[in-house]
Design a protein around this ligand. Structure first.
Ligand code: TXA
Ligand code: MG
Length: 340
């Protein structure tokens, strides 16, 4: 299949929004930008269209998709039993990088929820995404627009590298501002539980839901036989092909450790980079978790292009959005952590 390439510069914008909406209304697939990562969208109400998402990504059938909406009326079409605290989260964080899980109505296709009786919903904070959803007047199922298991795409070129020829269109719209996928919180348990950390932090959610909990799968490896609340958490995710290790310790110890490694690449902080004598990739300042999040997936893709056999990645702090970065990295490393 030939993937249409749709541009978003001023003279093409209206035509691109209209064309993407038309493709989606007709049961096709289109990669669209959001503020977190690019999503591979299809109508959430069309089971045949949803099948195309799973096929293009090679996504396991038991991993449900997030439904993207552009207004609160759409939320009521797709979800029910929405508690008051969730409405307050929507007021504070939507549009934005927060996905909320509720009991589902029958409005979206069963396959979107992979057989669960719940639905994950998000209103993205991205003008192009919102305009396409409004124009299509459809809730859009959209997982990250990468091949299943590889790092999430934060530019349209990342999408192209993974999915060109496998989907109907790609909307080209620059870099994603946040760089890690949305925070996922379930309101189908009491108290509500964070299943995946993102740019909306546990600290921020605690201001609205004081007893919110963080699922233990966020930082630890689920056992093979364990039922995880968020199926996506059980897969080795976000992984480059290179063998990755997450390394915890101070800058001096990190430099000494990596300098003794052969055929390896170090993923390090800006402040310590001078001391690192092997091939290195810098993913931001240690104290600036937002930049680390923004650079994370591009750096993981560069790890694979480096030609190294092994990658040693200096672990970030778990503060703020750092928790989301740590969560993605520990999965990229297949839970292999080296403590110095
Ligand atoms: O920022 C994001 O969330 C991006 C952009 C495109 O919006 N999307 C994204 O989708 O990251 P995906 O499919 O890569 O991740 C969705 C996560 C998975 O871990 C999945 O298991 C979980 O959300 N999920 C979706 N529906 C769920 C449900 N009903 N119950 C539990 N977990 C659910
Ligand atoms: Mg994903």
């Amino acid at each position: 299949m030939i993937t249409e390439k749709l541009k978003t510069d001023r003279e093409n914008y209206a035509g691109t929004v209209a064309r993407a909406a038309e493709i989606l209304k007709n049961g096709g697939t289109a990669a669209i930008p959001t503020e977190t990562v690019y999503g591979l969208a299809a109508s959430a109400c069309d089971a045949e269209a949803v099948k195309k998402i799973f096929a293009a990504k090679g996504r396991p059938q038991d991993n449900p998709l997030i439904v993207h909406i552009s207004n609160m009326e759409m939320l009521k079409r797709v979800a029910c039993d929405i508690p008051e605290s969730a409405i307050r989260c929507a007021e504070k964080f939507w549009p934005g990088p927060l996905t909320m899980i509720f009991k589902r109505t029958g409005y979206t296709a069963d396959s979107v929820s992979a057989g669960l009786d719940t639905v994950a919903v998000r209103m993205p904070n991205h003008k192009t995404a919102l305009d396409i959803i409004e124009k299509a007047d459809l809730p859009l199922a959209a997982p990250s627009a990468n091949t299943s298991g590889s790092p999430s795409p934060t530019t349209a070129l990342h999408v192209q590298a993974d999915l060109d020829g496998k989907i109907d269109a790609i909307v080209y719209d620059g870099e994603c501002a946040v760089g890690v996928e949305s925070t996922v919180i379930s309101f189908c348990c009491e108290p509500p539980r964070i299943l995946r950390p993102g740019a909306v932090t546990p600290e921020q959610l605690r201001e609205i839901i004081p007893d919110v909990t963080v699922d233990k799968a966020v930082l630890s490896k689920p056992r093979d036989d364990e039922r995880v609340a968020s199926p996506g958490m059980k897969y080795k995710h976000y992984a480059p092909k290179t063998d990755c290790f997450l390394v915890e310790g101070e800058s001096d110890a990190f430099a000494e450790f990596v300098n003794g490694q052969k055929n390896a690449v170090a993923v390090c902080f800006f402040e310590e980079s001078d001391g690192i004598k092997i091939h290195k990739l810098i993913y931001g300042k240690k104290s600036d978790e937002s930049t680390l999040a923004h650079e994370l997936f591009a750096v993981l893709r560069k790890v694979d292009r480096s030609g190294a056999d092994k990658a040693y990645i200096h672990a970030p702090s778990k503060k703020g959005v750092g928790l989301a970065v740590y969560n993605r990295l520990i999965r990229a490393a297949g839970f292999k952590v080296i403590k110095l």
